[in-house]
Design a binder for this molecule. Structure first.
Ligand code: ZN
Length: 112
């Protein structure tokens, strides 16, 4: 599906930004994010222990370890998102819907 994306992870960039992320985790700013205990994506209050640092634009996709690109995310959201950018997530959702419609022509629209 993603043949229009040709952004290869640059190992030097990834190593540099991972190290910066490690440093960012030590900052008072990040600790405050964790103390809030709220997942950036789903808005649930999951508590400090259940939050991890998530890059909105993944480092492997050229994202950087800066305050504007890192957010606290709960485990479920982190797993769901993985290596996609927000725009790609929306595209993936659309494709999934189309696949479901195309693949199961006889099914009722409200299966769940
Ligand atoms: Zn969440």
């Amino acid at each position: 599906m993603n043949d229009w994306i040709d952004l290869r992870p640059d190992p030097a960039h990834v190593a540099r930004e991972r190290e910066k992320a490690r440093q960012l985790r030590q900052t008072e700013w990040w600790r405050q994010q964790l103390r809030n205990g709220v997942c950036h994506y789903c808005g649930r209050k999951v508590g400090e222990a259940n939050l991890t640092m998530d890059h909105v634009i993944p480092v492997a996709r050229g994202g950087r370890s800066v305050r504007s690109n890192v957010v606290p995310a709960c485990d479920a959201c982190n797993k769901k998102k993985r290596f996609y950018t927000p725009a790609e997530l929306i595209l993936a959702e659309l494709e999934k819907e189309q696949e479901q419609q195309a693949g199961q022509p006889g099914d009722p629209p409200c299966g769940d």
